[in-house]
Each structure stands twice: as C-alpha cells, then as structure tokens.
Design a protein around this ligand. Structure first.
Ligand code: NAD
Length: 247
C-alpha cells in the first residue's frame, strides 16, 4: 500500500510507533524512525533487520522540542531520500498527577513533547511535501482528547491541542495537497499502559463494547489506511480507534 513512499515516524522505537514502523515496512515504504535516545533507536533498527534484512529503514534521535535539531534532521533526510511523503507524529508522554500536586514544569514538559514537537516537525516537513506536490501528516491523539480524564490534566489538554493542530493544519495545507489527520487510540497495551495499575485498567476494559484492550497493531492499521492513497479524500479527521470505548 505504500510502495515508493518515504515515511518519518516519531516515537518509532517501541509500542504503537514501532508497530507502525513494521506495518509501513511490510507495505514497502522506506521508513525513517525517530526515538529519544541513540541506544533505543539502534535496538529498534537491529530488531527490524532481524525480521527482514532488506527493509529500507534508518533512524535518528533529534530533540523534537528543538526546532533547530528537527530542521537539521529533516534536511539530512531530504538530502538522502529526496522527499518525505508521510510524517507520523507519534512520540508522546502521559501524566497522572492530580491538579493539587501537578508541577508547572511537568505541565510545560507534556505540552512541549506532545504538542510543540508536532508544530516543529509539521513546520519543517510541510515545505518539503509542498515541493513534492503533496503529502500526509498523521498525528497521535487519544480517546481522552474527546472527554478529558480525571487526573493528569496535562495529557488530555495536550491531546485536545493535537486535535486542534490537526484540524487547523488540514484546513491550511489542503491547498498544497497535504492531508492532515489524527488517530485517537483507546486503551492500547504498550509500555505506557504497563505502568498503569491493574485496578485502573480492569474497570476501564469493562467500558469497552468490543470487550478487549487494543493492540498496537490496531492503531498501526489505522495509520496505514490514512497514509495510503485509499484515504485520498480524508483530511481533518480524528479517527477513533477505541473499540467504541468513548466514541
Ligand atoms: P510508549 O511509551 O510505548 O512509546 C512512546 C514513544 O515516544 C517511544 O518511542 C519514545 O521514544 C517516544 N518518546 C517519548 N518521549 C520522547 C521525547 N521526549 N522525545 C522523543 N521521543 C519520545 O507509548 P505508546 O503507548 O506507544 O504511545 C504512542 C502514542 O500513542 C503517544 O502519543 C500516546 O500519547 C498515544 N496513545 C497511547 C495510548 C495507549 O493506550 N498506549 C492511548 C492513546 C494514545
């Protein structure tokens, strides 16, 4: 489905991002994955090469909150591959602190990683896509972007902002044939969820009409569809992939 496409996937070293990297490679894309550390990027690349040594995959670890580092990295990618067709903004962190204990620095940090990073990557990739007559930007939102959550207010706040960026950039970049969409995952079993206590997860599963927790592959499939030409008339959408938990 992605033959001839070059994709950049942030937070591609584990969880939903890593599964999306695999899915895109299986569908013949060239993939450049980003992670937060050199060590985790190299580990992910080794794992992918073990699956298929012919995969066309590379990795970088820029600080996504630094516009200079992001620009430098995307320019290196453009010089090597000539174009970028797809950007998946997946890197993100979560929060659970109550408002009473929430530190300003932690609130700023989550907004920086979950929102400012998407502004930085989108700002740099849009001109590259425009020059190539179009592209696709996909963001990772969350089901809590629709109704909030009872603690860790920085996380849903950041994901509401992701939806805002998605809808606004879709309107702004449509004329350049750049589609911008988001996927809003429900409860997906990744490292992020492994830290959430059982007492919180089990009652949550009971609220999912499909009766199960999501798999990273459920989200990777949605990204694959939205990145492909099959979604060529879809932009500005926030696609819930949550088993109807909160849809
Ligand atoms: P994860 O913790 O397993 O992976 C997060 C990824 O983001 C990693 O690759 C990590 O390297 C990267 N990352 C984290 N901080 C970074 C930083 N400062 N700079 C660069 N990269 C950084 O998480 P996941 O569950 O796979 O989540 C991926 C995305 O999906 C996130 O945006 C998250 O908010 C969203 N999401 C997850 C769930 C869920 O239930 N797991 C639900 C809704 C939304």
């Amino acid at each position: 489905m992605l033959q001839g496409k070059t994709a950049v996937i942030t937070g591609g070293t584990r969880g939903i991002g890593f599964e999306t990297v695999k899915k895109f490679l299986e569908n013949n894309a060239t993939v450049i994955l980003f992670g937060s550390k050199e060590e985790s990027v190299k580990k992910a690349l080794d794992e992918l090469k073990k699956i298929n040594n012919d995969y066309d995959v590379a990795g970088f670890w820029p600080d996504l909150t630094s516009q200079e580092e992001v620009e430098e990295t995307f320019n290196q990618i453009k010089d090597k591959y000539g174009k970028i067709d797809i950007l998946v903004n997946n890197a993100g962190i979560s929060a659970r602190d109550s408002l009473y204990d929430y530190k300003l620095e932690d609130f700023k940090k989550i907004m920086d990683i979950n929102v400012t990073a998407i502004f930085n990557t989108s700002k740099v990739v849009a001109p590259i896509m425009k020059e190539n007559n179009g592209g696709v930007i996909l963001n990772t939102s969350s089901m809590v972007s629709i109704y909030g959550q009872p603690s860790g207010c920085g996380y849903p706040t950041s994901k509401f902002a992701v939806n805002g960026l998605t809808k606004s950039l879709a309107r702004e970049l449509g004329k350049d044939n750049i589609r911008v969409n988001a996927v809003a995952p429900g409860i997906i079993y990744t490292d992020m969820m492994k830290n959430v206590p059982k007492e919180i997860i089990e009652p949550l599963i009971k609220t999912v009409p499909l009766g199960r927790i999501g798999k990273p592959e459920d989200i990777a499939n949605a990204f694959l569809f939205l990145a492909s030409d099959m979604a060529s008339y879809i932009t500005g959408a926030i696609l819930s992939v949550d088993g109807a938990a909160r849809s």
